[in-house]
Ligand binder design. Sequence first.
Ligand code: ACO
Length: 333
Amino acid sequence: MPQNNTFKAGILGTGSFLPENKLTNKDLERMVDTSDEWIVSRTGIKERRIAPPSMTTSYMATEAAKKAIEDAKITAEDIDLIIVATVVPDMNFPSTACLVQANIGAINAAAFDIEVGCSGFIYGLSIAKQFIENGTYKYVLVIAADILSKITNWEDRNTCVLFGDGAGAAVVGQVENGYGILDNFIGADGKGGMHLYMPAGGSRMPACEESVKNKLHTIHMNGQEVFKFAVNVMNTATIEVLNRCGLKPEDVDIFIPHQANIRIIDAAMKKLKLSKEKVFINLDKYGNMSAASVAVALDEALKAGKIKNGDIILMVAFGAGLTWGSTVIKWLE
Ligand code: ACO
C-alpha cells in the first residue's frame, strides 16, 4: 500500500497500571544481604511495586489499556490491532494480547505479543507506526506489561533489588502531518543474549524437577556486561534516531529513558550533554519494570503536565535480546 503523506502515526491516549503493594529497600534488607545505601547509590531505586500472587500480566495490561482507550476517546471496538510487549506472558500460549482482546471486548482487533525485553514499548510503537502510516489500520493499541517479580530469584541480591511490576499502554492512530512519531530506531545484538536470560521453560530446557530446584525459571544476568552495553547503546541509539529526524540533542524537550539504573541514565545524559531538567525519572519509585518502564514514564509525564503541544519527546530503551529502541515524537495535544 502506498505511504500516506496526509497524516502521521501519533499517540492519541495513554494509560498505566501499578500494583499497590510497595517493596522498599528496607524490606529487601530483611530478605537478602543488601542495604538501602547500596541499592540507592548503585541504582537509584528506593522502592518498587510487587503484584500479589493472583495477579497476571494480562490483568495489568487490561487495566492500563482501558485507561489508554478512555484517554484516546475511542471504544475497544474501534481498535484494529493489539500488541503486547512482555517477557512474562500469562502462558506461553495463547498470547497475552489475545487475553487482553477478550477482556476489553476489542472484537475487531488482531492481536499478538512481542518479546524484546525492556525495548518492547518502543518496538511496539514502531510496528504500530507502519500499520497506521500505510493505511492498513486506524487504531493500534500498544501495551507494555511485565511482572518480573514472578521470574525473580528472591535469594539473588544481584537481581532481586532491581525489578518491579507494572503496565503502560498507548493508543496509536492518525495525527496531523509534522507531528506524531517522527522516526524510530530499533536494533538487536543476539550475540549478547546470554547476558540477560531465563534458562528454562522453553524448548531448550523444558520445565522439570531439576530446572525448578536450580531456579532456572528466573532471571539470570551478567550485570556488568548489561551495564556496559546499556551506557553505549543509550548514546548510539539516541544519536541515530535524532539524526534520522534531522534533530540535535539540544532540540529535545523531554527525555524518557528506560528506568533501569540512575547511573546508566546519568552516563547517557553526560555523553549527550542533556540537562537534568529535561530527563524524566521514576525509577526511584518503581525500579526497572522491563518493557513497562518507558510506557509508564510517558503516561506519568503526560498526566503531570510535563509535556506540552509541539514538544519533542525522546524515548530510549535497551533490554534482553540484547535489544534497543529509540523514538522521537513531536507531541500534538
Ligand atoms: N547489595 C549489596 N551488594 C551487592 C548487591 C546488593 N543488592 N548486588 C551485588 N552486590 C555486590 C556484588 O556481590 C559485588 O561484591 P564483591 O565485590 O564482593 O564481588 C559488589 O556488590 C559489586 O558488584 P557489581 O556487579 O560490580 O556492582 P555494579 O556496580 O556493577 O552494580 C548492577 C550492579 C546494579 C546490577 C549494575 O551492574 C547494573 O545496573 N547493570 C545493568 C542491569 C540492568 O540494567 N538490567 C536490566 C536490563 S533490562 C531488561 O531487559 C530487564
